[in-house]
Design a protein around this ligand. Structure first.
Ligand SMILES: Nc1ncnc2c1ncn2[C@@H]1O[C@H](COP(=O)(O)OP(=O)(O)OP(=O)(O)O)[C@@H](O)[C@H]1O
Ligand SMILES: [Mg+2]
Length: 355
C-alpha cells in the first residue's frame, strides 16, 4: 500500500453520528434528511455510517450515491436502483466495494427484465424486498446521496414526477408501515426547502444539518497532523492554526488543501492566494447586467453574518442564482441566507475594500 505524505482525516462528528445511529436504532417512523452547505462532509459522514453498520448482521444497507450516476430517464433510474445479482457476481469485489456500484436492490434476472419491460412496479419490488428482509429479522436501511438529481425524471406515464412518487413511497415505508429506514442527503438547499415547505412531507421527516467543523475540532485536528494526516515533514503552531481558522474556518476540504500546499509554500503566501482567488471569484460573480443588484445583495453580507430571508424580500431570483453558484448558502430550516464559507467572506470583504 502506498504511504502518502498527506492522508485524509476524519475529525469528530460524534454528535452527528450518534444522531444517525439513534435514528437507526428506533423503529422507522420518518425519513431523515441530511443537509448542509457545500462540502460540509455529508457524503463522508454517510460512508462512515455505512461502514459502521455494514458489519452488523441485523441491517441490510442499500446505499446509493447518485452524484456519479448519469440520470436522464426513467430507465436510468431503474438501472441505478436495481441490479440483478448476475451483474453483481461478475464484478470484482474490489470494484463492488465502491458504494455507488452496489445498486440499491439486488434482483433475480427475471424481475430485472420485467422491470425493464415495465411489467413490474418498482415500488412493489422494493416493498417486497423490505418484507422479505423483515421475515428474516433484518432491518432494511436505504441511504441515498444527492437525491435531488432525480428531479426532472418522470414515471413512464409522464404524468407523475418520479422524485415525488419516491418520496411518497418512502413516507409509506417509514411513517405508515415502519418497514425501513430512509436517509436522504442533498447539497441542494432548494430541494430541501421543497420538502420542508410541503406540509405532508415536513410532518413525516426529520431534518439534520451538517455544518462545517467547529473551531475546537479544527484546533484538535491541526495540532496533531502527524496522527490525523500522517504528516511527518512539518507541524503547526497554535498561531498558524489560528491563521488557518481565520481564513477558511471549519471547511475540511479547504483545510486539507492548505495542508497540501504547506509542503512547498509558507502559510502567508497560501493565505494571500486564497483571499485573492476569492476576491476574483466575487468580482466575476457580480459582473453581469444586473451588477448593481448583485453588489447590493453581497454588500449586505459583508459582515459575514447570516440574514433572515424576510429581510431579503423581492430578490428571489438573484438569491436563487447566488445559491446555485455557491456564493450564498440557504438554510431552509432556519430560513436564513449566509455566505458559503469563511474564505468567501474574505472574498466579499476584499472586493468591497478594493472597489
Ligand atoms: N469530519 C471530517 N474531518 C476531516 N475531513 C473531512 C470530514 N468530513 C469531510 N471531510 C473532507 O471534506 C471534503 C468534503 O466532504 P464531502 O464530499 O463528504 O462533503 P459533502 O457535504 O458531501 O459535499 P457536497 O456538498 O459537494 O455533496 C472531503 O475532502 C472530505 O475528505
Ligand atoms: Mg456529497
Amino acid at each position: 500500500m502506498k504511504q502518502f505524505k498527506l492522508d485524509v482525516a476524519f475529525i469528530n462528528r460524534e454528535r452527528e453520528m450518534a444522531e444517525l445511529l439513534n435514528y437507526l436504532e428506533s423503529r422507522p417512523n420518518s425519513i431523515l434528511f441530511l443537509y448542509g452547505p457545500k462540502s460540509s462532509g455529508k457524503t463522508t459522514l454517510m460512508y462512515r455510517l455505512f461502514e459502521q453498520i455494514e458489519q452488523e448482521k441485523e441491517y441490510e444497507i442499500n446505499f446509493l450515491n447518485l452524484r456519479e450516476i448519469f440520470l436522464t430517464s426513467y430507465d436510468d433510474f431503474i438501472d441505478a436502483f436495481f441490479k440483478s445479482t448476475e451483474h453483481e457476481n461478475s464484478l470484482k469485489s474490489g470494484i463492488r466495494r465502491q458504494y455507488s456500484l452496489f445498486g440499491m436492490f439486488k434482483l433475480d434476472a427475471f424481475t430485472e427484465r420485467m422491470l425493464k419491460k415495465r411489467k413490474e412496479d418498482p415500488f412493489l419490488v422494493m416493498e417486497r424486498e423490505f418484507q422479505r428482509l423483515h421475515k428474516k429479522n433484518i432491518q432494511p436501511v436505504v441511504i441515498i446521496d444527492e437525491f435531488h438529481k432525480l428531479d426532472g425524471l418522470y414515471m413512464p406515464d409522464k404524468q407523475k414526477r418520479l422524485m415525488l412518487e419516491l418520496m411518497n413511497f418512502f413516507v409509506a415505508m417509514t411513517k405508515e408501515s415502519h418497514l425501513c429506514h430512509v436517509v436522504i442527503a442533498s447539497s441542494d438547499a432548494f430541494f430541501i426547502e421543497q420538502v420542508y415547505v410541503d406540509s405532508k412531507l415536513r410532518k413525516t421527516s426529520k431534518f439534520m444539518k451538517l455544518d462545517y467543523l467547529e473551531k475546537e475540532d479544527v484546533f484538535t485536528w491541526l495540532s496533531d497532523i502527524r496522527k490525523n494526516n500522517k504528516v511527518r515533514e512539518y507541524t503547526l503552531t497554535e498561531e498558524l492554526i489560528q491563521l488557518i481558522w481565520d481564513t477558511v474556518g471549519g471547511s475540511a476540504w479547504e483545510i486539507y488543501s492548505i495542508l497540501e500546499d504547506l509542503f512547498r509554500l509558507p502559510l502567508e503566501k497560501i493565505i494571500a492566494r486564497i483571499k485573492q482567488e476569492k476576491v476574483a471569484m466575487i468580482a466575476d460573480w457580480v459582473d453581469y447586467e444586473d451588477i448593481d443588484n448583485r453588489r447590493d445583495l453581497l454588500l449586505k453580507f459583508k459582515s459575514g453574518s447570516p440574514i433572515d430571508r424576510r429581510q431579503l424580500t423581492g430578490r428571489r431570483n438573484l438569491l436563487g442564482q447566488a445559491v446555485k453558484d455557491n456564493i450564498l448558502y440557504y438554510d431552509p430550516v432556519e430560513g436564513a441566507y449566509g455566505v458559503q464559507g469563511k474564505s468567501l467572506e474574505w472574498g466579499i470583504k476584499g472586493y468591497f475594500d478594493e472597489t
